[in-house]
Ligand binder design. Structure first.
Ligand code: NAD
Length: 430
């Protein structure tokens, strides 16, 4: 009889866990800051981890039990802030890492929030709208002691949207016997959402891009750009950048890339993907010659905006990147092993925790407006966002210069130093 020997599957080359990538950079920054061990441990450890069970009577009449999570990584700077995701494969570890990411992002954006993340392990594609609503309301009811405008403020994330935020807000309000719209952000406008929220991340990418170009000495009207990913972040970034005169010569999505050396007609691409009310890919849009997503990353452009997903710039392709500036619209598009390669090529990388922080910044504006009961014009939202993104960019840039490190390491130094200093001045309660 043949014996079957178990073989470990070969690791996928350079397929890094983006959260491990994040922790690697955190460690570099902590070492440069010569952080004392106790503070380092404190900053790595979430302050609260909650797991709840969510029993639901399904449409079939059967009862199913789902698991829900909320992790508050740190609340030294203020109420914790972070999205809620619905996915069949989420784990507490993933939520913990994403919560830490939010702490650093809020710290850099200079908004008075700590970091959190949450989720429910479920497959939204297999749920009816009634089941989805029941899960959301029961999850919220189980989290009544955790959520709160002054405590912990959720937002949409993977597979959650405005409607789900509305159900969370309504459930929380019913239990508190008053309307509490500041308990979540990313709500529909009619119940206290903010103008400009949907475009905020792309707008922040635009502000970061122009700030970086000014530092490198690139002229907007004479420069070119490629944008990977054409969802919320990618399409808004491409639109705003091209409106300001930057030539977008390539865009892409899951269907592949499209290249046009005269400049892509971004409005035509947006019309194609969303014009008829149904979202579709760029395939068939006739906006340029087809290229692959890999080719897009390696194009001869001044600016590259990866705005699709994690793990796109790796140790394998980093040496082939020809852009002068990378502005990370997506979370974790560059693996940690690619950092030194990009640095050695002199490429200026505007890191994700800075470049895509426009979204959380306008979420903060939404929370402020809800608490004031006074809503701002789009122009006011955009002007305040531009100013805060500029300030955040300059703070990171100056920190990087001071410590003679990349902007990425500078961003982590700035973020963790602020939280560490807050901890020191508040002291340890015992
Ligand atoms: P989205 O789902 O709206 O769009 C994702 C886009 O990427 C789609 O066009 C999709 O076709 C494309 N895509 C997916 N896989 C791809 C691949 N392998 N190659 C090329 N394109 C691919 O998502 P989004 O909201 O635009 O988010 C994009 C990224 O930005 C994510 O990493 C997200 O975490 C991050 N982000 C989003 C926000 C926000 O406000 N939406 C805020 C901060 C960070």
């Amino acid at each position: 009889m043949d014996t079957v020997t178990y073989k470990e599957p070969a690791p996928i080359l350079d397929k890094e866990n983006p959260f491990e990538s994040m922790m690697e950079r955190f460690d570099i920054a902590a070492e440069i800051l010569e952080m004392e061990r106790g503070v380092y441990e404190y900053l790595k450890t979430p302050v609260k981890q909650v797991i709840v069970s969510i029993p639901i009577q399904m449409d079939s009449g059967d009862i199913e039990v789902f698991e829900g999570y909320r992790v508050i990584h740190n609340d030294a700077l203020g109420p914790s802030k972070g999205g809620i995701r619905y996915a069949p494969d989420i784990t507490l570890d993933e939520i913990k890492a994403l919560a830490a990411w939010m702490t650093w992002k809020c710290s850099i954006a200079n908004i008075p929030f700590g970091g959190a993340k949450g989720g429910v392990r479920c497959d939204p594609t297999k749920l009816t709208p009634v089941e989805l609503e029941k899960i959301t309301r029961r999850f919220t009811a189980n989290m009544l002691d955790i959520f709160g405008p002054d405590k912990d403020v959720p937002a949409p994330d993977m597979n959650t949207d405005e409607q789900i935020m509305a159900w969370i807000m309504d459930t929380y309000s019913m239990h508190n016997r008053r309307t509490e719209n500041a308990v979540v952000t990313g709500k529909p406008l009619i119940i206290g959402g903010s103008l400009g929220r949907k475009e905020a991340t792309g707008r922040g990418v635009m502000v970061s891009t122009f700030a970086a170009m000014a530092r490198v000495g690139l002229n907007v009207k004479q420069s070119t750009c490629a944008v990977q990913g054409f969802g919320n972040v990618g399409s808004v970034s491409a639109k705003l950048l091209s409106e300001q005169g930057l030539k977008v010569i390539a865009i892409s999505d899951i269907s592949g890339g499209y290249y046009n050396k005269k400049g892509i007609d971004v409005n035509k691409a947006i019309e194609w993907t969303s014009g008829k009310g149904v979202h579709r890919t760029l395939e068939g849009s006739e906006i340029g010659d087809p290229i692959t997503n890999e080719e897009l990353l390696e194009l001869e452009t001044d600016i590259l905006v990866p705005a699709a997903r994690e793990d796109q710039v790796t140790a394998q392709n980093a040496s082939k990147i020809k852009s002068k500036i990378i502005v990370e619209g997506a979370n974790g598009p560059t693996v940690a092993k690619a950092d030194p390669i990009l640095d050695s090529k002199g490429i200026l990388v505007v890191p994700d925790i800075l470049a895509n922080s426009g979204g959380v910044t306008v979420s903060y504006f939404e929370w402020v407006q809800d608490r004031q009961g006074f809503f701002w014009t789009l122009d006011r939202v955009n002007r305040r966002l531009d100013r805060m993104m500029h300030d955040a960019f300059n703070n990171v840039y100056q920190t990087a210069e001071k410590y003679k490190v990349s902007m990425r390491v500078g961003a982590y130094i700035l973020a963790i130093d602020k939280v560490a200093k807050t901890l020191k001045v508040r002291g340890i309660y015992a």
